[in-house]
Design a protein around this ligand. Structure first.
Ligand code: PRX
Length: 651
């Protein structure tokens, strides 16, 4: 981290907003001023742009660490994202423009999307789903994913979207934790020309998920009726999406939801082996995602907005579905991989669909850099007018490359820091207002109070320290599903009265934030959050493994890669075959995103006298650095032995 800090400290480039962009921008300096004057009034003004069934009585009830926003207000998220747009010109405007990996296309106007959502809402009701029930969604990036989320929101069911890359076991654990009654999946989804057999994995998950009463299956594979190789339907439990929707009416009244009723649960990795169900509610969440979409992405009626995140992550929730649709945007959605069939697929999509705003992750940008400038250069990217970055720190070189080769030197870049827990964007430039510095997420969004603190919790005006949030914000998580004690402990105990984000950061002399990455046992691999403990638990479930320690090591493309140090049971011997077996085992337990890059066999692991594994030392070894302080170890010789074996195994 100190190398990284040095590079960032020497970053002197500045990009002030172009006057032409500023003249027409949604964001203005006045937003900061009004939020600074009265934060609650600022958020109330943002909430006022939504359609409320009943106005709120109070903007905020704050009993730390529990917040209630827009207390007493009633609204429906789906009605805000769809119905209210149907009375004007948006009715016949594209809400969703979609392209599947094989090249199939669909365009749904706001009217079309609203109709399908109403039918899906009725289908869920027909299966007995009621307000407050949980519905799990395990789908590829197809329009039905957005429809399913909005249908839940319409009837007040709580959705839990599970990333399509997760394994059957991960699906099972999430479904069981939320006690979902219905699972919505697809026969398959396309990824690099292959069909990912989602229904088959869903079947395995449902075999050990007693709360599931019904499964709705979207038929994704064109021309597959009757072909059961990807979807065997279980009589009474499983229903084809299209048949179910055909059997219900398209009339449906949105449920009047309390501002604090649950909208969704989204599982994310923490520092234990068990993912946390992050709980988001209705009024505050929608307020924050709608406001940030409008100002951070400068959304205008003519825009085609493409956020490349999967619906399985929070970015897909907030900036593929809820934020853009609440603003009446045209959203572009793509199903597949960026390098299929060629490495220019994204640029071909931008050109074909006239994308104007692109929001993606540094890991993708670094891959594009590696693939070379020929791919974007072959396409007309002149429709692009704004670029965004999210999910991990963006290194200044990648920022500059993005600006030059994708943005043609004319597009502002918004580097946005936020988390599953924050619901919406927290630290970001406002295009047309904020001068940017490559590698810095710049300053907090109006109405957000971020403060840097040192180890003792003292606020630092600048320098290095921990990122905390010192005041509640509308989109904040309300709790961890079923485990409020863990909520309090994880986020609010380290620095009492403050939300601790888990990130290290630096604030410079201009008050700009430079996010350095996680300081806890959470890794960020290709922009995906993975808990070291989850991977360790998966490894020790393998019959050959006695003990495992997982660390993140720097990786050119992925930001971090997983390295696992494994101690075998006496009955097993290290071998190349066993390494492959262990990697496959982790992928099967959690999902391919958690497959370790490296596995090292070791007779011992470095531990403190109290038995705690010293991951810091393992990280030093994995990254080939000189060893840090080993004096607290029970047996300091373990680590030098380990370093020697590591280096010999690596060679
Ligand atoms: O470490 C930070 C990093 O991603 C973490 C949150 O991950 P997740 O909940 O999966 O949400 C990702 C998308 C919002 C943070 O704790 N992170 C996110 N955005 C940035 C970032 N790190 C640096 N710069 C960012 N712009």
């Amino acid at each position: 981290m100190s190398d990284q800090l040095d590079t960032l400290l020497s970053e002197q480039r500045r990009f002030s907003p172009a006057s032409t962009f500023a003249a027409d921008a949604n964001g203005t300096p006045a937003l900061y001023e009004s939020a600074a004057r009265d934060r609650e009034a600022f958020w109330a003004e943002q909430a006022g742009t939504l359609e409320w069934i009943r106005p709120w009585d109070r903007v905020l009830d704050w009993t730390p660490p529990h917040a209630k926003w827009f207390v007493g207000g009633k609204l429906n998220v789906a009605a805000n994202c769809l119905d209210r747009h149907l009375t004007g010109p948006l009715r016949n405007t594209a809400a969703l423009v979609w392209e599947g990996e094989p090249g199939d296309r669909r365009v749904l106007t706001y009217w079309d999307l609203a109709r399908e959502v109403r039918r899906a809402a009725n289908a869920l009701k027909q299966l007995g789903v009621r307000k407050g029930d949980r519905v799990a969604i395990y789908l590829p990036m197809v329009p039905e994913a957005a429809m399913a989320m909005l249908a839940c929101a319409r009837i007040g069911a709580v959705h839990s979207v599970i990333f399509g890359g997760f394994s059957a076991e991960s699906v099972r654990d999430r479904v069981n934790d939320a006690k979902a009654r219905v699972l919505i999946t697809a026969d398959g989804g396309y990824r690099r020309g292959q069909v990912v057999p989602l229904k088959r994995m869903a079947d395995q998950a449902m075999a050990e998920a007693p709360s599931i009463e019904h499964c709705i299956v979207v038929q994704r594979r064109p021309g597959s009726p009757g072909d059961e190789s990807f979807a065997t339907m279980k009589e009474g439990r499983d229903h084809w999406w299209h048949r179910l929707l055909d059997s219900v009416s398209s009339e449906s009244e949105p449920e009047a939801m309390d501002a604090e009723d649950l909208l969704f649960i989204l599982y994310t990795s923490g520092t234990t082996g068990k993912p946390k169900g992050i709980v988001h509610t209705t009024g505050g969440y929608l307020t924050q995602v709608a406001a940030t979409t409008k100002y951070v992405f400068d959304l205008k009626p003519a825009d085609v907005f493409w956020c490349t995140a999967d619906i399985g992550w929070v970015t897909g929730h907030s900036y593929v579905v809820y934020g853009p649709l609440a603003n009446g945007a045209t959203v572009f959605m793509y199903e597949g991989a960026p390098d299929w069939p060629e490495r220019d697929r994204f640029w071909s999509l931008v050109e074909t669909h006239g994308v104007t705003i692109l929001y993606t992750a540094p890991t993708a940008i670094r891959a594009f850099m590696k693939w070379g400038t020929d791919h974007p250069a072959r396409h007309d990217l002149s429709t692009l007018r704004l670029l965004g970055s999210v999910g991990e720190p963006i290194n200044p070189e990648a920022w500059m490359w993005y600006q030059a080769h994708i943005g043609g030197g004319r597009c502002p870049i918004v580097d946005t820091w936020w988390q599953t827990e924050t619901g919406g964007i927290m630290i970001t430039p406002l295009p047309g207002v904020t001068t940017t510095k490559p590698g810095s997420a710049t300053i907090p969004f109006p109405g957000i109070v971020a403060e840097l603190v040192n180890d003792a919790g003292t606020v630092l005006p600048q320098g290095g320290g921990f990122l905390t949030l010192a005041a509640p914000w509308p989109g904040m998580l309300r709790t961890i599903y079923g485990d409020d004690a863990r909520y309090q402990e994880t986020y609010w105990s380290r620095f009492p009265g403050r939300y601790f984000a888990g990130d290290g950061a630096k604030v410079d002399e201009d008050g700009y934030w430079w996010i350095l990455g996680r300081v806890d046992d959470v890794l960020n691999v290709a922009g995906h959050r993975i808990g070291t403990m989850e991977v360790e638990s998966a490894l020790v479930e393998h019959p050959a493994v006695a003990e495992a320690a997982v660390v993140g090591k720097s990786h050119d493309l992925k930001g971090q890669a997983l390295a696992a140090f494994v101690t075998l049971k006496d009955s097993h011997q290290p071998s190349a075959g066993l390494k492959d077996d262990l990697k496959a085992h982790v992928a099967q337990k959690i999902g391919a995103i958690a497959r370790p890059d490296d596995i090292f066999f070791s007779a011992d692991l470095p531990k403190t006298r109290s038995g705690k594994i010293m991951r810091r030392l393992l990280k030093d070894i994995a990254e080939g650095r000189a060893l840090g302080d080993t004096t607290t170890l029970a047996d300091p010789a373990v680590v030098s032995r380990l370093k020697d074996t590591y280096e010999s195994q690596e060679a």
